[in-house]
Design a protein around this ligand. Structure first.
Ligand code: PLP
Length: 394
């Protein structure tokens, strides 16, 4: 597989898929793979889901794109649907997660300028990931993705993940802070789950300080953690929430949702996107959200994810080198005591698609249609690989 015509941005595995069916992918040699990563939480309904395929086919035949110069019916419908499932009030559509976060960052800055704060500052977290545009890579807490791209964007300050006291201290010392941007569960950072009660405390702190609470649910949204958005576990509502990944089930779409003052900040001319919210992407989004609701896939992710985590706990108990098991819904992390990228190749060779993030964390993000039989097969196949890897000297 030579790829001389492509810029060298990805370390790709030596496999190319030709088609998919449910949670299975097939390669050009006819091999079958159990897909436990679903395109990094994108294929929410798995591969070839009939409702999504039909929605895309019908919309493509009817109208693919007009422009935000005009009314877009599917966009309005998807916005209303997302507001209904989230309790938010208004939506801006983008084409990716990074772009959804760019919208949030711009809203925070507008919010600051309205309060006569000339250098509005956003608090972001260590080990966070918010995207690869200049502002979102600056917001990300990972030097590797920033190095070489300086100068970074001004207006961000960083705190340890889940540390309320650190946020309070920043609040006392920095009058330019206008917002907090945080993932309820850090995905790329290694499946780090905010401590219990933390979002509620954040909500209170933001109310007390007059800050916007902005949650990046690009990965955690769309049913993945067991509720439509992860903040719904906590009974709070953020001012802004962003999402993307699973929303289009594979068709590129992102969304920035807002409520309260944050929902009223943008005026015509402040922000926009040529493709954002086009009929094709929104038809896909509608099919995904409708299917998640109709088939109760959030509740399914909660229950089946709990089972999966428990199976891993039992099977990996006492295995030296397994440092921690973390999970919420269909977002699971198995942390080892050494870098384990090689496990991805070993699993691939055995027809199993997994991912490793933050060097040492095996990340599993199955599609929401993943069933009990898939859980059992994954555990049966992955656990021996992990044991063997942990016992090996490398
Ligand atoms: C993937 C991801 C992004 C970036 O999304 P893109 O669509 O790749 O721009 C941002 N935030 C989080 C939490 C993500 O997981």
């Amino acid at each position: 597989m030579t790829q001389l015509a492509l810029m060298n941005t990805y370390g790709r595995l030596p496999v190319t898929f030709t088609h998919g069916e449910g949670i299975w992918l097939f390669d050009s040699e006819g091999n079958r793979y159990l897909d436990a990563i679903s395109g990094i939480a994108v294929n929410a309904l798995g591969h070839g889901h009939p409702a999504l395929v039909r929605a895309i086919q019908e919309q493509a035949a009817q109208l693919i794109h007009t422009s935000n110069l005009y009314g877009v019916q599917r966009q309005t419908e998807l916005a209303e649907t997302l507001c209904r499932v989230s309790g938010m009030e208004k939506v801006f559509f983008s084409n990716s997660g990074a772009e959804a976060n760019e919208a949030a960052i711009k809203l925070a800055r507008l919010f600051g300028h309205k309060k006569n704060i000339d250098r509005p500052t956003i608090i972001v977290m260590e080990q966070s990931f918010h995207g690869r545009t200049m502002a979102t890579l600056t917001a990300s807490g990972n030097r590797k993705i920033q190095a070489g791209f300086e100068p970074l964007v001004a207006g961000f300050t960083r705190a340890p993940y889940g540390d309320l006291e650190a946020l309070q201290t920043i609040g006392r010392n920095n009058p330019d802070v206008v917002a907090i941007l945080m993932e309820p569960v850090q995905g790329e950072g290694g499946i780090n789950i905010a401590p219990p009660g933390f979002l509620k405390q954040l909500r209170e702190l933001c109310d007390q300080r007059g800050w916007l609470l902005m949650l990046d649910e690009v990965q955690t949204g769309n049913g993945r953690t067991g509720t439509y958005f992860a903040y719904q576990h906590s009974g709070i509502r953020p001012d802004i929430v962003t999402t993307a990944k699973g929303l289009g089930g594979g068709v590129p779409i992102g969304a920035c949702l807002a409520q309260g003052v944050a929902a009223e900040l943008f005026q015509p001319g402040n922000h926009g996107s040529t493709f954002g919210g086009n009929p094709l992407a929104c038809a896909a989004g509608l099919a995904v959200v409708d299917t998640i609701e109709h088939d109760q896939l959030s509740a399914h992710a909660a229950a089946e994810g709990t089972y999966l985590l428990e199976q891993f706990r039992q099977r990996l108990a006492g295995v030296p080198g397994v440092v921690a098991l973390r999970g919420i819904g269909f977002m699971l992390g198995i942390e080892l005591n050494k870098p384990c990228a090689d496990l991805v190749k070993q699993a691939l060779a055995q027809g199993l698609l997994i991912n490793v993030t933050a060097d040492k964390v095996i990340r599993l993000l199955p599609a929401l249609i993943w069933k009990r039989e898939h859980s059992d097969e994954l555990v049966n196949r992955l656990c021996p690989l992990i044991e063997q890897f942990c016992r090996s000297g490398t």
